[in-house]
Design a protein. Sequence first.
Length: 384
Amino acid sequence: MMSPAVLPKLLVVDDEEAILETMMFTFMDEYEVLTSADARVGLEILDAQAPVAVVITDQRMPNMTGSEFLAEVYARHPETVRIILTGFSDVASTVDAINDGHVYAYVNKPWEPVELQRVVRRAYEHHALTLENHRLLEELSHANRFLAAVIDRLDTGALAVDVAGVIQAANQTARETLNLPASPSGVTLSEVLAREELVPIAEAFQELVSPGEGVFEEAELQVGGGARRVRVSLETLETESAEVFGRVILFREVSHEPLRRRFYDIVSGLVECSGAVRQLLEAAVAEAAALLEEIRVSGIASPGMSELGERVQRMQTAVQNWLDVDDLIATQEYPDAQLLRDRMNIAGRRWPPGEVMPERVQRLAERVEAYYESGENSRERVLS
C-alpha cells in the first residue's frame, strides 16, 4: 500500500478569523495549512512544525506587526519563504518587511485568489529549490571532506596550481615536505618557491616545464632541520575537451631509497646463500642495527622512511630468532619444542613478504618440526 503524499506546510498568521478560514479553503488541497491569529503563537507553531515551506502574514496585527514577525521568522528559519499581505497605506511598513524580514513577495489587499495561489506556488518551488541546493552543498562538502582526508594520507605530496600559477590545493604531505607553516591556497607558486631553501624545487619545476625534458627531477632540500631528497614530477590537468586548466606538482620523498637498496642487498645475499649462512645472518643483524641508526639520525619522518624502518626491524627480528633457535638446538638436549616452533613462526612472519627464506633456514625449520614430532635432538647446528 502506497503511503499518502506528504503535503508541504503553509503557515498563515492573521488576526482576522475570516481571512484564516479563506486561506484554509484556498490552499487545503495543495498544502498542509497551519493557522494562527497571534504572531507569537505563530512563531511557536513554526518552531514545532519545521520545516514550513511558506509563511503568509498580514502587516497590521496586534502585539507584533507583520514586518516584525517576518524578521523573527527569518532569524529562526531563513529557508522558510515569507509573504506579506499589505494595504496601499502600508508602504513604509512593506519596505521594512522587505528589508528586515527578507520578504519573497508582498500581495496587496484585496487579492485575487488565483494570483495568490500562483505566488504561493512559486514561493514553495523556491523553498524546495533552496532545500535541494542545501542538500547538494552538504553532499559536496561531505564528499570533499572525505576526499581531503584521503589525499592527506597519501605518501606523495601534491600541489594543485591553476593556469595563472595560483595554488588551489596542497595536501598534508606536500605541506610537510616543503615545511609550509599553513595551507598555501590562494598564493602563487612563485611566491611559495621563492624561499631560499625551496630554490631546488623551483629549479626542478622549471626543468619539468621546459620542452623535451624528462618526466621527473630530483632535488636536495634542507628543510625542517635536515637534508632530504625529493623526486618532483608534473601532471597536466585537462577537461574532457582537452582544455588545460592547471597542473599538479607531485613531491615524493626518496631519501630512503639508498638505504632501501642496502636493505634488499642484505636480504638478497641471505636468500642466495646455499651453504653455511650463520656468519651472514650475524652480519645481517649488525647491518640492520646500523641501518636503523642511520634512519634515526636522519630525522626524516616520511612514510617511506618509516616503512623502511619497520621492514628492517622485522627482518632483524626474523634473523635473530633463527640464530637463537639454532643455538637452543645445539646447546640444550631437550629445549622447549613448542617455543622453538613459535619462534620459527614469528621469524617466518617477520621475513620480507615474497622473499624465499635461505636454504639453511628452511632446513632449520624442518629440524624443529622433526624434533617436535619425535623428541630426538642431535644437537647439531644447522645454520653453520
